[in-house]
Design a protein around this ligand. Structure first.
Ligand code: F6R
Length: 646
């Protein structure tokens, strides 16, 4: 977690950095800070507890000049959220300043060594150790900052995306990554760096994704000769996208150079960004979460575009087609993910087992990676991650890969770490998801996984052509059906007010809708801070039924399919104990409508696709309860969008 941003060029860095921090605030928002080297050569560091707006207020009367700067928005790991622990951190002499996203696992050993050398520490963070180690290495090994960073990082165990300023070299910005994301944007005579491309997109669409253990050095006033190439100008500049002397690459004014921490020169690969500014704005909605809920008809159309053909009788997933044999020969499929993505994985288990008849295990990445799992060469591992950066999921697939399993990932953020280390995969293409609670990414994951299950089942011959065609055609109708569910937003908002008193909720569902119950409960917990549990409906009588009373709202996901009658019996059991039932039912349902307190109807669809409709009212219910309670819907407390620490 944490968001980092940096700038070097001709403009005033401060407004660019602040805007960048706002864009990255979804990654963490307990404190923020900025470091700038001004035209008088002073290195100013300003920090504030709380959100980026607090930092802006704090900086209002400060010297924020400077054409080079770095900034950080924090999600605390080591040390409580306060000004001292906020980044940037100075080195001992206050000549260097650093920002960091990640965790340094051996920081205690490094810190003890530096303390013995007389270094003093102001914060409780692991990050301060890095900047002290850089300065120590520079001073004791008589090397420049880039070399010091390389040498120091060789001693570091952990994850980092860092950027470092040196007061004595106001023309140079150094950055590095391992395990945490880092993107460099190349403008005209200026460079940007950030945890993702969102702070960069309005300035340039030319980016370089930095790889693990790479160190980037950007120097704005490099001169010709062995130390580098002369800065170029205009068109001449922009046209050069490959190394000129095999060692240094002029990209825009200044020189950008990438090496590994072991000083192996790398050739920067420039990519074009597929991201628009409007995707990063609220578009008239009060919150990103509501915008993203309402975007789902369009985002699912985007997810299916080019995959479900226009006649709606075929699905072509290139990641599957190119690796068909791996799937067809798989003895087992292991799905690994966290949080909401794990819920999408559970739904996929039902679909893959039903259509493809391959045993599926669904694993929390955090458990899987540490429990010495048995992984075979003919296993297929499917990793699901909106951000593509979740540390546990990344580690889980690295483990599976090392055992020879085939890795297929379903991710949203293009170019993120998980898709890059996977053998193959499928992007969900829903655009940036900014609300911390995942909504549109979830439905797109379910669509991608269902398409995959259908492809495997058809190819294996375990799914009849008729059933296949019915589901493919129905997939095409899902966006319009979601539109109909969204039409009930006002009603859901009205009765959501009734439930703000509740301390606890239970969510029940069966089969494909059991994971939906868990997802609905997770949404409510994270944004309204009401405790909620998702349960398989039939398990209720094995314990949770003891909780049922007038005070306990129970949300029952009961579309007309498979185990419908049994779920109706569960609703009777709740009503007999005076529980208050909110039921999600199929349009025209008469049975549940008579006994439930509140009913939300969803259109009829194929059973495997019901989660795509039933989850929508649960997203809206959680949203409206949180709004009435006055909660910060887009940035709930203690959470961050991209969990890059374990
Ligand atoms: C819940 C939520 C989280 C994420 C989880 C995994 O609304 O957003 O539970 O689903 O942190 O994140 P990704 O999918 O980015 O790996």
């Amino acid at each position: 977690m944490c968001g980092i941003v940096g700038y070097i060029g001709k403009r005033n860095a401060y407004p660019i950095l602040i805007k960048g921090l706002h864009r990255l605030e979804y990654r963490g928002y307990d404190s923020a800070g900025v470091a700038l080297i001004n035209q008088d050569g002073q290195l100013n560091v300003y920090k504030a507890k709380g959100k980026v707006a607090e930092l802006e207020a704090f900086c209002a009367d400060k010297d924020t000049r400077g054409n080079i700067g770095i900034a950080h928005t924090r999600w605390a790991t080591h040390g409580e959220p306060n000004t001292v622990n906020a980044h940037p951190h100075y080195s001992e002499s206050e000549r260097l300043a650093i920002i960091h996203n990640g965790i340094i696992e051996n920081y205690a050993v490094l810190k003890a060594g530096l303390q013995q050398e007389g270094y003093t520490f102001k914060s409780e963070t692991d990050t301060e150790v890095l900047v002290q180690l850089f300065e120590y290495t520079q001073v004791n090994r008589h090397v420049d900052l880039k070399t010091a960073v390389q040498l120091a990082l060789q001693q570091v165990i952990g994850a980092y995306a860092i950027a470092v300023l040196d007061k004595d070299h106001p023309d140079t910005l150094i950055a590095a990554r391992k395990g945490s994301p880092l993107v460099v944007g190349i403008g005209e005579g200026e460079y940007f760096l950030a945890s993702d491309a969102t702070p960069i997109v309005e300035y340039t669409d030319q980016v370089i994704y930095i790889e693990d253990e790479e160190v980037v050095s950007i120097c704005m006033h490099a001169t010709s000769g062995s130390a580098g190439l002369p800065p170029l100008r205009g068109e001449e500049l922009r046209s050069i996208e490959r190394p000129v002397d095999g060692r240094r690459t002029p990209l825009g004014e200044g020189v950008l150079n990438i090496t590994t921490i072991n000083n192996v020169e790398k050739t920067p690969e420039i990519k074009r960004l597929e991201l628009s500014l409007s995707q990063l704005e609220k578009g008239g909605y009060p919150h990103f979460m509501l915008k993203e809920i309402f975007e789902q008809p369009r985002t699912l159309t985007d997810s299916m575009r080019g995959r479900v053909n226009v006649r709606q009788d075929n699905i072509a997933l290139s990641g599957f087609i190119d690796n068909k044999e791996r799937f067809l020969n798989a003895k087992r499929i292991i799905i690994t993910a966290c949080g909401t993505s794990w819920h999408a994985g559970l739904i996929a288990m039902y679909a893959i087992e039903e259509f493809a008849q391959i045993p599926v295990e669904v694993e929390y990445s955090s458990e899987f990676r540490y429990r010495k799992p048995v992984i075979n060469k003919d296993d297929v591992v499917i990793a699901i991650s909106q951000s593509g950066e979740t540390a546990d999921t990344l580690a889980a697939i690295q483990l599976a890969k090392s055992k020879g399993a085939f890795i297929f990932s379903i991710c949203n953020v293009v170019g993120a770490s998980i898709p890059r280390v996977s053998d193959s995969g499928c992007y969900t293409h829903v655009g940036p998801e900014i609300g911390v609670a995942s909504t549109k990414a979830f439905t797109a994951q379910v669509v991608a996984l269902t398409m995959l299950a259908l492809c495997i089942g058809r190819e294996k011959g375990t799914l009849s052509e008729e059933h296949y065609l019915n589901i493919v055609r129905e997939l095409g109708r899902i966006p319009e059906k979601i539109e109909r569910v969204l039409g009930q937003n006002k009603r859901i908002a009205d009765f959501a007010k009734t439930f703000t008193y509740a301390q606890n909720f239970i969510y029940l569902g069966r089969g494909y809708n059991f994971p939906v119950a868990m997802e609905g409960a997770l949404k409510l917990k994270e944004i309204s801070y009401i405790h909620a549990e998702g349960y398989p409906a039939a398990e209720m009588k094995h314990g949770p039924i003891a909780l049922i009373s007038q005070e306990m709202p129970v949300v029952v996901v009961a579309p007309r399919c498979g185990t419908y009658e049994k779920v109706v019996s569960n609703i009777q059991e709740i009503k007999a104990r005076k529980g208050r039932v909110i039921a999600i039912v199929t349009e025209g349902d008469e049975l549940v409508s008579k006994i439930a307190d509140y009913v939300i109807e969803v259109p009829e669809t194929e059973e495997c696709l019901t989660p795509l409709l039933t989850v929508i009212p649960l997203q809206l219910l959680a949203y409206h309860i949180a709004v009435v309670k006055g909660c910060d819907v887009d940035q709930p407390r203690n959470l961050a969008k991209s969990v890059t620490v374990e």
